[in-house]
Design a protein around this ligand. Structure first.
Ligand code: F6R
Length: 242
């Protein structure tokens, strides 16, 4: 596992965007694994800038998002499909049919997970998987637990996660209780994994993840078993690493 400490959020975002652009310029049909949340927003802005400057072409790129809340309409501003359209897809030349996000409105969520797994199998492996990290160490919505699930599945969100994400909602009661998430095995199959971390709130979990062994109670620690993982952390997020 490599750790790149950069001075601030912009540098983290720029470095991550450079990796993606280089990947696409080497292989136009690249498959990207994408995350939502606050952390990758700057990276998406940068990617849009690269696209507008003619430095990258998304027309053959396929993307898989890590997760989606269950029970939010697709037009709900907190749904991850809305987030992705608003912050990236509507501003680049990616084809709609090449964009994959679990459908949190599906009547049968389990069947939706199976459908997603089939697409991942058919179109994967993912070339670059972008991850954020929860304050509890979750990646995607793979929450700390005795067992981690390998494939895409329905998960109950922990109170820590609902509390952390309540900043985007009117109040915590509006934060969905469940989500669909890619599993740990899906993430680990990616050729390269980039975990982004920014800000002081992530410093304790980054320290814990880097300095601990591998534990299902810190899902991100599993990444230590992958051959090509890079953590890009700004100096605040890396501030507690010894
Ligand atoms: C989102 C996701 C989550 C977030 C994590 C950090 O698609 O998979 O694991 O990456 O909760 O969220 P932020 O970036 O908002 O701190």
């Amino acid at each position: 596992m490599r750790i790149s400490v950069v001075s601030n959020y912009d540098e983290m975002s720029n470095l991550a965007a450079e990796y993606i652009v280089n990947q696409i310029n080497i292989k136009r049909e690249s498959v990207l694994g994408l995350a939502t949340g606050s952390t990758p927003l700057g990276m998406y802005k940068k990617l849009i800038e690269y696209y507008k400057a003619g430095k990258v072409d998304f027309s053959k790129v396929t993307t898989f998002n890590l997760d989606e809340y269950i029970g939010l309409d697709k037009e709900n501003e907190q749904s991850y499909i809305y987030f992705m359209k608003n912050n990236l897809f509507n501003h680049i030349n990616i084809k709609e049919e090449n964009v994959f996000i679990p459908d949190g409105t599906a009547k049968d969520a389990k069947a939706e997970c199976e459908r997603y797994n089939k697409f991942l199998e058919k179109l994967g492996p993912i070339d670059i998987q972008i991850l954020g990290i929860g304050v509890n160490g979750h990646i995607g919505f793979n929450e700390p637990s005795k067992d981690l699930t390998l494939r895409t599945h329905v998960t109950d969100l922990t109170e820590d996660t609902r509390k952390a994400n309540s900043r985007f909602f009117d109040d915590i009661s509006k934060v969905p209780q469940r989500a669909i998430t890619m599993g740990i095995g899906d993430i680990m199959r990616a050729e390269k994994i980039i975990l982004l971390a920014s800000g002081k709130s992530k410093a304790p979990i980054i320290k814990h993840m880097v300095e601990s062994g591998v534990s299902t109670f810190i899902p991100a620690s599993i990444l230590k078993l992958h051959k090509n993982v890079e953590i890009i952390a700004d100096s605040d997020a890396a501030s507690l690493i010894e």
